[in-house]
Design a protein around this ligand. Structure first.
Ligand code: 13P
Length: 251
């Protein structure tokens, strides 16, 4: 059985005060979430604040939202895998659609980030997903396959053993428009079948999260689907109550 994972992507939101109160809210309700793994991904500068607020608790994992492909040196403004590990991170999101669309990250860039994340001891959460235009022109599977294949070409299928994939249809992110459970399941099943053709064990073990306007009201119907193993949550991860409700739905 795959252990469900609920991950909060805070994006560029929060400050010291809100981080402390959000982490407190999540830790207060965490005991009820007996099965699902819980992960929070604050902005870089708030990761140490969140780590302090966790105060040594390891039942809530920390992750970052991005990383640089270099280890250290003259790369102004960048953050490396080793810095994230040093700050207490176990996970890092790579290839979020906002990074692809706003900051021009290519499939190759994302694959390189996936590789350095793992080399640095982090578990990558690889985001994939199609735009509305791509869905409407019937390219959903081709896009998702291309995004995943780019990573496999760089690291090999065996490296998917220590990774998470998040299917996030771009048109569902921050729009309030969620994929129906059936629509999401269809893509999740496609992803798992694609990986199964290369390595059945890895495909069976790999957690595939859904992301895109997941909230307390729709989480259960999505996560109930066979190939949906949890969620990558944006807006609804900024309030302890809604985030915990999603964690319970995944439990
Ligand atoms: P929303 O949940 O706000 O739609 O964001 C989803 C997302 O992009 C998570 O990475």
């Amino acid at each position: 059985m795959r252990r469900p994972l609920v991950a909060g992507n805070w994006k560029m939101n929060g400050d010291t005060e809100s981080t402390i109160s959000l982490v407190k809210g999540i830790t207060d309700g965490r005991a009820e979430v007996t099965n699902a793994e819980v992960l929070i991904c604050p902005p870089y500068i708030l990761i140490p604040r969140a780590a302090d607020a966790l105060n040594g608790r390891d039942d809530i994992s920390l992750g970052a939202q991005d990383l640089d492909i270099n280890q250290n040196g003259a790369f102004t403004g960048q953050i490396s895998a080793s810095m994230l590990v040093d700050a207490g991170c176990k996970y890092v999101i790579v290839g979020h659609s906002e990074r692809r669309a706003i900051y021009g990250e290519s499939d190759q860039d994302v694959a390189d980030k996936f590789k350095v994340a793992q080399q640095g001891g982090l578990t990558p959460v690889l985001c994939v997903g199609e735009t509305l235009e791509e869905r409407e022109s019937g390219e959903t599977e081709a896009v998702v396959a291309r995004q995943i294949q780019a990573v496999i070409d760089v690291v090999g299928i065996n490296q998917l053993d220590d990774a998470v994939i998040a299917y996030e249809p771009v048109w569902a992110i921050g729009t309030g428009k969620t994929a129906t459970p059936e629509m999401a399941q269809e893509v999740h099943r496609f992803i798992r079948a694609m990986l199964a053709a290369l390595n059945g064990d890895i495909a069976e073990k790999l957690r595939i999260l859904y992301g895109g306007s997941m909230n307390a009201g729709n989480a259960e119907s999505l996560i109930r689907m066979t190939d949906i193993d949890g969620g990558l949550i944006g807006g609804a991860s900024l309030q302890a109550e809604s985030f915990l409700a999603i964690c319970m739905a995944a439990n």
